[in-house]
Design a protein around this ligand. Structure first.
Ligand SMILES: Cc1ncc(COP(=O)(O)O)c(C=O)c1O
Length: 445
């Protein structure tokens, strides 16, 4: 362990980690990061195969975003967003409000969990102010993930993160029977089985009078295991929610800005939800920022005299942070100028082919699935074809070996995922797959 690592571990409590693990495998000392690489203090180049928690969609240190941020710093770095306006934020908002037809209003926060919770609060308050005060409940999907605040943990279905806090959490029922698939070439991509939908519909009908909104990650559920499901499910949900005066809250925090080969993953289903939550790729990982898009109909339910008490009085200190906004505006221009989304859609099968190659070289991956620049597979014992027991920590050992060999691939349990920056050159993707093979072989023997 070097000096920096020792100083780090003396004081820093790292996120989503068992700190004891760092004793045998200390934190990676980062000196700089460029394009798809993180560069360590001793000069090792590590491919960022998960885009630093799925946010560095344009890689590290994109020169255009660097310049945009520097220009903004030359003007001002942050001013209170309530009661002020500025050119950068207005132009960014104009662009965001063109992403989905009918979603012409945007509210800003500074992280993903908060913005999902904002959408949930807006939905409840909307119903209370629109003659449906009994609509105070939510539904969400099995295996979903929406963040780490108490309400978003409750909307999530990841027991590993929520277990200690369950006594404090409101109960949000989960919709099961989600039609999972391996990707767009599955036969049920366009049409799921009617019988399967019927089960969901029965559950929805039981709750219909009390629900304010259904929260979901469109097409790909990230932290729950990179699970992909049929867009037809979303089409049916949209139809049902419209008929029953229930909102749809699309959590596009991971999927938004091209990750699935569309600007927004809801486009796969051709649906317009009532709320769309954005973060991560919004600033291409350059600054904390999140945003929720909503319709004029929602907005108008809050628009009245102050004395009526119908305002949405939510505030975050860093809402609309100017440096993040400058990065986000430039990122949106780059997505367009560099035709990032079209390239992801075109090269999607190339990324998947590489994960399939890892599977065939090792015999230790099954259930390969993918859409756009999200590909995943589950580690199995090549001798038995069965998963390893959780206490073997196979995914964690794979992570350690991959880092040593030059790739940052932080598996979800024993699920290996490739979510590289959307502009990663193909020779780097080859190297990523080669490192994954090497690391996996070492782990499974
Ligand atoms: C789909 C989804 N929703 C919400 C969040 C929470 O975002 P944040 O970590 O910025 O709070 C994440 C983070 O990974 C996410 O993937």
């Amino acid at each position: 362990m070097n000096k920096l690592q020792k100083r780090d571990l003396k004081h820093i409590w790292h996120p989503c980690s068992q700190m004891k693990d760092y004793v045998s495998f200390p934190p990676i000392p980062v000196k700089e990061a460029r394009g798809p690489y993180i560069i360590t203090a001793d000069g090792q180049e590590i491919i960022d195969g998960i885009s630093s928690w799925w946010c560095k969609s344009l890689g590290h240190s994109h020169p255009r975003i660097r310049q945009a941020v520097q220009r903004q710093i030359g003007k001002f770095e942050h001013v209170i967003m309530a009661n002020t306006c500025n050119e950068t934020l207005v132009e960014l908002s104009e662009r965001l409000c063109r992403l989905m037809p009918g979603l012409g209003k945007v509210f800003y926060a500074d992280n993903g969990s908060t913005v999902v919770e904002i959408a949930m609060k807006m939905s409840i308050q909307y119903h209370a102010q629109s003659g449906s005060p009994k609509r105070t409940k939510f539904l969400s999907l099995e295996n979903g993930y929406h963040g780490e605040t108490m309400l978003t943990l409750a909307a999530s279905d990841c027991e590993i993160y929520s277990r200690p806090f369950t006594p404090l959490m409101t109960w949000i029922p989960k919709i099961s029977d989600v039609p999972y698939l391996s990707g767009p070439d599955s036969s049920e991509w366009l049409k799921m089985e009617d019988a399967q939908w019927k089960k969901t519909e029965n559950m929805l009908d039981d709750w219909s009078g009390n629900i304010s909104a259904i929260i979901f990650e469109p097409i790909v559920q990230g932290a729950g295991g990179m699970l992909i499901y049929s867009p037809d499910f979303l089409r049916r949900l949209r139809k049902w929610t419209k008929k029953n005066n229930v909102h749809l809250i699309a959590d596009e925090i991971m999927t938004g800005f091209g990750r699935t080969g569309k600007m927004l993953a809801c486009e796969h289903a051709g649906i317009v939800p009532d709320f769309v939550c954005l973060s991560k790729g919004l600033t291409a990982g350059w600054g904390p920022m999140s945003a929720v898009l909503c319709s004029n109909k929602v907005y108008n339910a809050f628009y009245s005299d102050y004395s009526k008490g119908e305002s949405f009085l939510h505030s975050n200190t860093y809402s609309g942070h100017a440096i993040s906004a400058a990065a986000a505006l430039e990122a949106m221009k780059i997505y367009k100028d560099e035709e990032i989304i079209a390239k992801v859609a075109k090269q999607s099968c190339e990324l998947r082919r590489r994960m399939e190659w890892v599977a065939s070289e090792t015999g230790a991956l099954e259930n390969i699935r993918g859409v756009g620049y999200v590909v995943a597979g589950d580690i199995v014992n090549p001798r038995t074809g069965k998963p390893f027991p959780p206490e073997a920590r196979t995914g964690f050992k794979f992570y350690q070996n991959a880092v040593k060999d030059g790739a940052l691939l932080r598996p979800l349990g024993d699920t290996i995922c490739f979510l590289p920056p959307l502009n990663t050159p193909s020779d780097v993707l080859d190297a990523l797959a080669e490192i994954a093979v090497k690391a996996l072989k070492k782990v499974v023997g």
